[in-house]
Design a protein around this ligand. Structure first.
Ligand SMILES: [Zn+2]
Ligand SMILES: [Zn+2]
Length: 275
């Protein structure tokens, strides 16, 4: 082992770990059938839990999860297939039990394979909230942030209070300011479109100018309504492969999870993945 570089040692760990997880999933997938046949009894184990612990080091919780899922997937053959073949882990399959129905289980079977665990979790949450915007057309949206209060600096607050005391309509003042900001951003957007939006982009990399504009408009958070994660990636709401430009009107800063979801929903986009 000493002759390995850090990189080699890490690669070996990853390889062994990946294989170990795969075999563990496959073993877990066999448990419903083992249970049905009571095979553990025939082989002298006191319970299926002992059987799974001794043969594969599975916890009781994992075994229960697998058997429960098998029950819940009785009328969902696609999901059940992923469980018993060991293609998808029980931890991931569990995420969709609250939403999958016999009618749409094939859709979910596809999604559990496409999405990471955290993206899947976000997706299921969105579906439950019926967040249509988040699901079917990720678009630039005004977000409402319920329960948040304004964090005004004391000097700003003082000046506003003073104006209010003098009988100035402070709300009107702020409305004017916000309207001016909207106009400024809209104008900047038009200028950017004129400058670079219509010309086919040479690369998928989004120019700094456009990134800055998007940040000015949307701040740092994911633009999917209701999402509170920070925006780490930029999604082309029109397929880059078709439009081939970085028109800021069709760019949406999103979190990693919503970006994965946006692509998983549009299968055609997925075939031509971009970031
Ligand atoms: Zn994208
Ligand atoms: Zn998000």
């Amino acid at each position: 082992m000493n002759q390995f570089s850090d990189k080699q040692l890490y690669q070996l760990c990853k390889k062994y770990g990946t294989n170990a997880l795969m075999w563990r999933r496959k073993f877990t997938g066999l448990l419903p059938e083992v249970n049905r046949r009571r095979l553990y009894e025939k082989r002298g184990f006191s319970s299926i839990f002992e059987f799974a612990k001794k043969l594969c080091g599975l916890s009781e919780k994992q075994v229960r999860l697998a058997l429960n899922l098998n029950e819940r997937f009785k009328d969902k053959p696609a999901l059940k297939g992923l469980l018993t073949s060991g293609e998808v882990s029980v931890n991931k399959l569990t995420r969709v039990t609250s939403v999958a129905t016999p009618e749409d289980e094939e859709f979910w079977a596809e999604k559990v394979q496409q999405l990471s665990k955290s993206a899947l979790e976000t997706f299921v949450k969105d579906v439950k909230n019926e967040n249509q915007n988040g699901l079917y057309k990720p678009q630039i949206e005004v977000k409402s942030l319920p329960g948040q209060t304004l964090n005004l600096d004391s000097d700003v607050e003082e000046e506003l209070l003073e104006l209010q005391g003098k009988g100035v309509d402070v709300n009107e003042l702020l409305r004017e300011f916000l309207e001016k900001r909207r106009q400024e951003i809209a104008q900047e957007k038009e200028e950017l479109v004129a400058e670079m939006g219509v010309v086919p982009a040479k690369s998928r990399y989004i120019p700094v100018k456009i990134r800055r504009h998007l940040q000015k408009e949307h701040g740092d958070m994911c633009t999917i309504a209701g999402c509170r994660k920070s925006a780490r990636e930029i999604h082309h709401t029109q397929r880059f492969a078709l439009a081939s430009n970085h028109n800021p009107k069709y760019l949406a800063p999103v979190c990693r999870e919503h970006h994965a979801i946006a692509h998983a929903i549009d299968v055609k986009v997925q075939a031509k993945k971009h970031l």
